[in-house]
Write a protein that binds this ligand. Structure first.
Ligand SMILES: [Zn+2]
Ligand SMILES: [Zn+2]
Length: 334
């Protein structure tokens, strides 16, 4: 079906579903919002009604105090959102509770991916490939230079660095929602069964993941633990804490950072990171192009990152595509 999708509008503040008078991940408070996942650049408080998965709503309640007007959309269960539009939330594989949103109206199927990845993540449900007419995809790592290595290789690097420096502790900077829990779960999968120590800013979200059934093993606050007993320990902190005064409580920390941007040497230098770990919760170039091929939409809209190269790729492959200019999406979650 080759419709013209006039009922979907790309506005700088988000994607607007015209007949339902609703928005997806709007950057300002609106009457009706559909939220793909809990990262701050997608989930904002202050909406009249917020439709999201139960996990995303739990995350929003903890992070932003959003509780009023919350409406649960379970994965794969269509929700009527008004104006003859149904919305079905499908797993996006990005962080716990993250969803692509399938919108159906007037015989047309539109998917908005939110952020997503294809590689498996033990902390969330895997991306569900779903046919549609219009595919609105993120493009955070939309350049051929971005190829994320298998996470087990990066975790092996982390464990080897620890092994090589027994008197130090390994301090890993990771975003508090998603990345931190994925790193911990992958450490467990690699056989690391000792406690993982947490900066105070990571505790609430890790606890919530555990409450929602994600196994993370023995997690302990680093606060109050004597410096000497942290030799050989693994500590997870927010990226902002890597080089601040807080880290002086640790024994000669070997600083690591888990991010897709660690592919870029300049970013490694900026962060002053000794142990760059290329771990991303976004699709890399190969995943972006493979996903467009797998979903095989009549038309692709590209947003939220480096649109140009992916647009060019679509043109080279005779795929109808356009780049959107949405604002307000930062890399909270790379
Ligand atoms: Zn994002
Ligand atoms: Zn995100």
């Amino acid at each position: 079906m080759s419709g013209c999708f006039t009922w979907i509008k790309a506005d700088p503040m988000g994607i607007r579903i015209v007949p339902a008078d609703a928005w997806v991940d709007p950057s300002r408070p609106v009457e009706r919002a559909l939220i793909t996942h809990g990262h701050a650049d997608h989930a904002r408080g202050g909406h009249g009604r917020t439709v999201a998965t139960s996990e995303t709503l739990a995350i929003m309640a903890v992070r932003y105090g959003v509780t009023e007007g919350a409406q649960v959309a379970e994965y794969h269960e269509p929700v009527a959102i008004g104006g003859g539009v149904t919305a079905t939330f499908l797993p996006a594989g990005h962080v716990l509770g993250s969803a692509q949103i399938l919108l159906q109206h007037a015989g047309e199927r539109v998917i908005i991916t939110g952020d997503y990845k294809r590689s498996l993540d033990p902390t969330c449900a895997p991306f569900a490939v779903t046919p549609c007419d219009l595919f609105i995809t993120e493009a955070t790592f939309g350049l051929p230079v971005f190829r994320h290595p298998p996470i087990r290789d990066e975790i092996a690097k982390l464990l080897a660095a620890r092994e090589a420096h027994p008197a130090r502790c390994v301090l890993v900077g990771a975003y508090a929602l998603g990345k931190a829990q994925r790193v911990i779960a992958e450490l467990r999968a690699a056989g690391w069964d000792q406690p993982v120590y947490l900066h105070g800013a990571m505790e609430t979200m890790c606890r919530l993941y555990q409450d929602l059934g994600v196994e993370l093993g023995d997690l302990r606050p680093v606060a109050g633990v004597p410096k000497a007993s942290l030799a050989g320990a693994i500590v997870i902190c927010p990226p902002s804490a890597l080089n601040d005064r807080w880290s002086r409580r640790l024994p000669d920390p070997l600083t690591g950072m888990a991010s897709g941007w660690m592919r870029v040497r300049q970013r490694v230098r900026q962060r002053g990171v000794e142990l760059p770990l290329v771990i991303s919760d976004h699709a890399d170039w190969d995943e972006l192009t493979a996903t467009i091929t797998d979903v095989n939409p009549a038309e692709t809209w590209i947003t939220h990152g480096r649109e140009e190269a992916l647009l060019r790729w679509c043109e080279l492959h005779q795929r109808k595509a356009r780049a959107l200019a949405l604002t307000g999406y930062e890399d909270e979650d790379d």
